[in-house]
Design a protein around this ligand. Structure first.
Ligand code: SF4
Ligand code: SF4
Length: 145
């Protein structure tokens, strides 16, 4: 595998049709597109409808190629941006997450000194969920909600 800077990271929710559930399409993301992946949640069994929440990292161009490949194999991709939540009561507006957020979905409002969360800008990279000291940012992996 060629050495690349793993600069892009995104969490996606995949729905597998029965005919794709037994195929090694996820492993092929690494083999064909040099992407790393981390399975956050999966409910897959051969010849049945399946679902998986996947964290994918690599080069952005390779990410898009990999996603196209999954779609060509009949897999439905849903963005999980709306599965990132902030607990308003827990947030202490320390601002740590604003330094990490690649899309400015988390930003400091100068007039109030409060950190604002704009879910429409969120790319669901998950970085804030790791850095928040009070665990105010969470990723909801329950696809039934
Ligand atoms: S890191 Fe956590 S506590 Fe600090 S501003 Fe961000 S969400 Fe709030
Ligand atoms: S709000 Fe969190 S999950 Fe969304 S883009 Fe910013 S750091 Fe990533």
């Amino acid at each position: 595998m060629k050495e690349v800077i793993k600069g892009f990271r995104k969490i996606v929710y995949l729905s597998f049709p029965p005919e794709a559930s037994g195929r090694p399409v996820i492993c092929n993301l690494t083999r064909l597109f040099d992407l790393n992946f981390n399975i956050l949640k999966a409910d897959i069994s051969p010849r049945h409808l399946g679902s998986m929440t996947l964290e994918v990292s690599g080069m952005e161009e390779d990410f898009h190629k990999g996603i196209s490949y999954l779609k060509e194999n009949g897999i439905r991709i849903t963005p999980v941006a709306h599965k990132i939540f902030r607990n308003e009561e827990s947030c202490v507006h320390c601002g740590l997450c604003t330094a990490m957020c690649p899309t400015d979905a988390l930003s400091l409002e100068m007039s109030t000194r409060k950190v604002i969360f704009d879910v429409e800008k969120c790319s669901a990279c998950g970085m804030c969920t790791r850095i928040c000291p009070v665990k105010a940012m969470t990723l909801d992996l329950d696809e039934n909600k």
